[in-house]
Design a protein. Structure first.
Length: 587
């Protein structure tokens, strides 16, 4: 009997312990990283509901959309939620993600200040917050991110000075704060001095040698001061009261504009283009039956309702003419210093170029306030949108035709233009599509015309991370072969349907090139292809993978020329024949 009682007592205790552990596990069901992301979920909403689908009952956030975890530790290493129309501020709890390597929240409607707590995420290597509505200063705490390689916070409403601490980030290779409201002198010490003026454009109160804008003498406003007693004091009080009143009015106006921008942007859009007096229209082709005054009138009527795209160099508008013709207008912020001479010279050359696989530059409006470029409008949008945003499925033939068309456009720039042109920013968003999904290479704003007939080298750093050749990132020296590398990455992007720095690659410790090399080492390179792509032809796929592999070779000398790339595409992809994928022959 005593044994039975002991057994019952033990069972009762075990049952109690089990219930206690179950309750404890329930309370601790979500990980610390999950708690930080739930704070994000509580203040940020999305039009497509992607954040709302995060479930707090999950033991960890690794299966949540947009979240990538380390396979072993289950710690969050990447947060990627681009083009989801996120609305809200960033919570400081994000600073608890101390293993976070990549933060990609660009192209949304996020607002408020950038949390200083991000400085606690010391594992961060890449931050992309561009094309949002962030306000306030750039946190100086970002200078604590010693591993940071890429920082893009352009196209926001940030104010204040650029923190000197950012210049001490020794691994920083890509930096962009353009198109904000930053003020003061650009730090001349540290790595920031190595970046081109394009990284700072659109901040009209920035100054420094980097943008050829002299800073006002800080001592110039400290001239002789009156030593009068009472009168001076009364004047100071009166002036202070006046200034205080003006500041209050200004603050109210700013707040009203802020609310309008955040809450009423969909109801009333009135950011019209200001062409300004003295504007002139320069046309490169005489086949447009429009007077300059008619075009300028149309330009002045454009506002946010007509925006069809945004980029690092400006905004693109859709321009509808009275006769039904449609054009694309790229608005480029005017720079200070010697920009005009180079820009005019570049436009004269670009305006003379016409090719089936290049976007046609029709002309431009030389406005005192901005540069307005007039292009042919392409209804298919960009390849980036087709692959990653619109959700449409490109079949195999469409992808092959896009690759070949883009190759012919780049080859024309390299081999048939005089002087030859290096694009320097080949990526999917710079490949536009017409109504038949035929490719056109666009955006030569970053291209540097080659003047040295022998070396064909330019040293102005530009481009987009993920597409850049390794030697370009190290030296800043761009050649035709760096374009070839970018084109090879573009091929892989089209085949895989994923961005070059997709989180699925990063989780494995690769980018798209590293992942391809790994698959080749495992003798399964075909696995890189997009599984949703219909009509894949094995022989054409093998040929494309072979070409892409040659293009992204770590050695520039082993890469083919774009002329050779076109030859290989036409002979092996358009008319494929059995070939060994591992054929090492090159141009």
């Amino acid at each position: 009997m005593m044994g039975i009682c002991l057994m019952k007592r033990c069972c009762s205790r075990l049952l109690f312990l089990s219930l206690f552990c179950a309750l404890m596990n329930q309370n601790e069901a979500i990980s610390p990283d999950g708690e930080a992301l739930m704070s994000f979920r509580s203040v940020v909403s999305s039009a497509d509901g992607v954040v709302g689908k995060w479930r707090p009952e999950d033991p960890d956030p690794c299966n949540w959309k947009g979240v990538t975890c380390d396979a072993k530790t289950k710690r969050v290493i990447a947060l990627s939620l681009t083009h989801h129309k996120l609305i809200g501020p960033l919570p400081p709890e994000l600073g608890k993600l101390d293993q976070l390597r990549i933060l990609m929240l660009h192209n949304n409607n996020l607002y408020g200040s950038i949390p200083t707590a991000l400085g606690n995420c010391t594992s961060l290597e890449e931050i992309y917050l561009h094309n949002n509505f962030f306000t306030g200063p750039i946190p100086s705490e970002m200078g604590n991110l010693s591993r940071l390689k890429n920082l893009d916070i352009s196209n926001n409403d940030l104010t204040g000075a650029i923190p000197v601490s950012l210049g001490q980030l020794e691994k920083l290779t890509s930096f962009n704060v353009s198109n904000n409201f930053l003020v003061g002198k650009i730090p001349s010490d540290g790595l920031l001095a190595q970046f081109s003026k394009d990284c700072f454009i659109g901040n009209f109160k920035l100054c420094g040698k980097k943008i050829d804008m002299e800073c006002p003498d800080e001592n110039s406003s400290t001239g002789s001061r009156s030593t009068g007693g009472g009168k001076t004091g009364k004047l100071l009080i009166s002036a202070s009261a006046t200034v205080g009143g003006l500041l209050l009015v200004a603050l109210m106006c700013f707040w009203g504009c802020f609310l309008y921008k955040k809450l009423g942007r969909d109801e009333s859009k009135s950011l019209a283009i200001e062409v300004g007096g003295g504007a002139s229209i320069v046309m490169f082709h005489g086949d447009l039956p429009y007077a300059s005054k008619d075009i300028i009138k149309k330009l002045e009527a454009l506002n946010e309702e007509h925006i069809i795209g945004c980029g690092g160099f400006g905004t693109v508008y859709k321009l509808d003419m009275e006769d039904g013709n449609v054009f694309a207008l790229k608005r480029i912020v005017k720079l200070n210093g010697g920009f005009d001479r180079f820009f005019e010279r570049e436009l004269e050359i670009l305006g003379s170029i016409k090719h089936r696989y290049l976007v046609n530059l029709r002309g431009y409006c030389n406005s005192p306030t901005s540069k307005l470029l007039l292009y042919d409008y392409l209804p298919g949008g960009s390849l980036d949108q087709a692959l990653h945003e619109r959700g449409e499925q490109l079949d195999w033939d469409s992808r092959v035709n896009i690759i070949i068309g883009a190759a012919k456009g780049v080859a024309y720039l390299h081999h048939d233009c005089s002087p030859r042109i290096i694009h320097r920013d080949i990526k999917s968003s710079n490949i536009l599509l017409d109504g038949n999904l035929e490719a056109r290479v666009s955006d030569f704003g970053l291209a540097k015309l080659l003047e040295d007939e022998e070396s064909h080298i330019t040293t102005i750093v530009a481009g987009t991370f993920g597409y850049l050749a390794p030697e370009y990132m190290q030296s800043g020296r761009a050649t035709e072969k760096t374009d070839v590398y970018s084109f090879g990455v573009l091929i892989l992007e089209v085949l895989s349907g994923k961005l070059p720095t997709d989180t699925s690659y990063i989780e494995k410790g690769y980018n798209v090139v590293g992942w391809l090399n790994f698959l080749i080492s495992e003798n399964r390179p075909r696995e890189i292809v997009d599984r949703s792509c219909e009509g894949v032809e094995t022989e054409s796929l093998d040929a494309l993978l072979s070409i892409a592999t040659k293009c992204v070779s770590s050695s520039p000398d082993e890469r083919p020329t774009m002329h050779r790339v076109v030859q290989l595409l036409e002979s092996q992809v358009m008319s494929p024949c059995p070939s060994d994928f591992y054929d090492s022959s090159s141009d």
